[in-house]
Design a protein around this ligand. Structure first.
Ligand code: ATP
Ligand code: MG
Length: 438
């Protein structure tokens, strides 16, 4: 991609409306623009990152056996009256009337809709276990939308819903999601710690919040130091018993605000970390709350009808983009982990119009793209300082700088955004180095 043809309206100055670094940098790097309070446009750079985060979420959900669907964003109020939540949900629900005066709403969550899909299509114990998920926009009319994507009104969420015949099987589905979450967040460069949580208005008994430690987090959290470098499960067999892994990851002390028990925490002494945290995901075991109120039953092996056991599992996909920036930036801008970067490599042409430089840049660009990586080629007629600043602001993990002096010797400079480390390499070895490292 040539930067001259791209659309990344970067800003030199800090926008005054942004209070936290992720919001500031997303505006400055030209990733997003506000449309209305808590509602955003995603520009090409931001969209590329959002899609990368969504892809990681999707790959890990699929690996854990969940099946992707898409449910409507606009829902009928009828199902919510049936579950009893239409009146309870309160002002966060955006209520709409259609032209026939029927009550509709913009979905803040999808338990009712997914339970309706299940009850009208699944009949027998052979139809379970099932886990259905989607990655779609939610609307919650938050009282105080703030911090950019952290607490928006419209936001992208992955929500999965599991259906099982009995508690033991439901617990296995729950564990599958816990393990998938550990892997998902780690792949996007986040260390998210599962903390025992209150279940809130969605209901249920067993629940964990996945919290990323960050100074700008909205809640105070406390956790055992061992969580900071615990190895993430690899080569997981999702059909095997996962209770040992989950036990290992959820038995150390970790609690957010309302669940914090100072006495219990004190016993840990120096091993306790107290920090602020961002909730990037949430898992709930729901039991029969919705299957009972909406009548979602299957015929069991003994011929009797049973209400199914459910769980629901959310990830704030758009919030993750902000959380990644909170966890990974410096004074010059964003430092994307390779896995979610909008482009893997930036190419800085120091002398646009110089035949040798132009040709070298194009050659590098094409070679990188042939390797399956995305390159952003700064072919603008701009000062070197502006180009370096924009590459760093946009957080491109690898940068290749091409100038007339170097090219005369067949050399370019390769820079790693995260460390600032630079090396002079031949054009070919710069390109092949990227093919191994990415
Ligand atoms: P919070 O406690 O932050 O209000 P919640 O408990 O209401 O979140 P859930 O219903 O558990 O949220 O939604 C699943 C995930 O969606 C959350 O873990 C969070 O990452 C994300 N999320 C929730 N509300 C918002 C929002 N207003 N803006 C962006 N992401 C959100
Ligand atoms: Mg929550």
């Amino acid at each position: 991609m040539r930067l001259s043809r791209f659309f990344a309206p970067t800003l030199k100055e800090n926008p005054t409306e942004a209070q936290i670094v992720s919001h500031r940098l997303m505006l400055r790097a030209g990733m997003i623009r506000q449309h209305a309070a808590g509602i955003y446009n995603w520009l090409p750079l931001g969209n590329r990152v959002l899609q990368n985060v969504a892809r990681i979420v999707r790959e890990e959900q699929n690996a854990a056996g969940a099946l992707e669907i898409i449910m409507p964003t606009i829902q009928s109020a009828d199902l919510w009256r049936e579950s009893g939540r239409y009146d309870d949900y309160g002002a966060e629900m955006l209520r709409i009337k259609d032209r026939h005066e029927r009550d509709m709403l913009y979905g803040p969550t999808h338990e009712e809709v997914v339970t309706d899909i299940f009850r009208s299509n699944a009949k027998s114990y052979r139809d379970v276990p099932k886990n259905l998920y989607q990655i779609t926009w939610k609307f919650r009319d938050e009282v105080r939308p703030r911090f950019g994507l952290m607490r928006g009104r419209e936001f992208l969420m992955k929500d999965a819903y599991s259906f099982d015949l009995d508690y033991a099987s439901a617990l296995h589905s729950y564990n599958q999601m816990i393990v998938a979450y550990l892997r998902t967040f780690a792949r996007m460069g986040l260390r998210a710690i599962p903390m025992a949580a209150e279940s809130g208005p969605i209901g249920g008994t067993l629940s964990h919040e996945f919290i990323v430690l960050a100074d700008t987090g909205e809640s105070a959290v406390y956790c055992h130091k061992a969580y900071l470098d615990k190895p993430i499960p690899e080569n997981v067999d999702y059909n095997a018993d996962l209770s040992r892994i989950v036990e290992d990851w959820t038995s150390l002390y970790a609690a957010a605000d309302e669940k914090h028990d100072p006495k219990k925490a004190e016993e840990l002494g120096a091993d306790l970390v107290s920090a602020r945290g961002i909730e990037v995901g949430h898992t709930f075991y729901l039991g029969k709350k919705y299957s009972a109120s909406l009548g979602a039953k299957v015929v069991g092996p003994d011929g009797n009808q049973v209400e199914v056991e459910m769980g629901c599992y959310g990830i704030g996909v758009s919030r993750c983009v902000a959380a990644i920036i909170e966890a990974s930036h410096d004074e010059n801008g964003i430092v994307w982990p390779d896995s979610v970067a909008p482009f893997h490599v930036g190419i800085v042409n120091l002398k646009v119009g110089d035949k040798a430089c132009d040709e070298a840049c194009e050659k590098i660009h094409d070679a990188i793209e042939r390797q399956g990586c995305d390159a952003l080629y700064d072919d603008r007629d701009e000062r070197a300082g502006v180009k370096f600043a924009d590459m760093d602001l946009m957080g491109i993990p690898w940068q290749i700088v091409v100038g007339p002096k170097g090219i005369a010797k067949g050399m370019v400079e390769l820079k790693r955004r995260a460390t600032g480390a630079k090396e002079e390499l031949s054009l070919e070895s710069a390109v092949s180095k990227l093919s191994v490292t990415i």
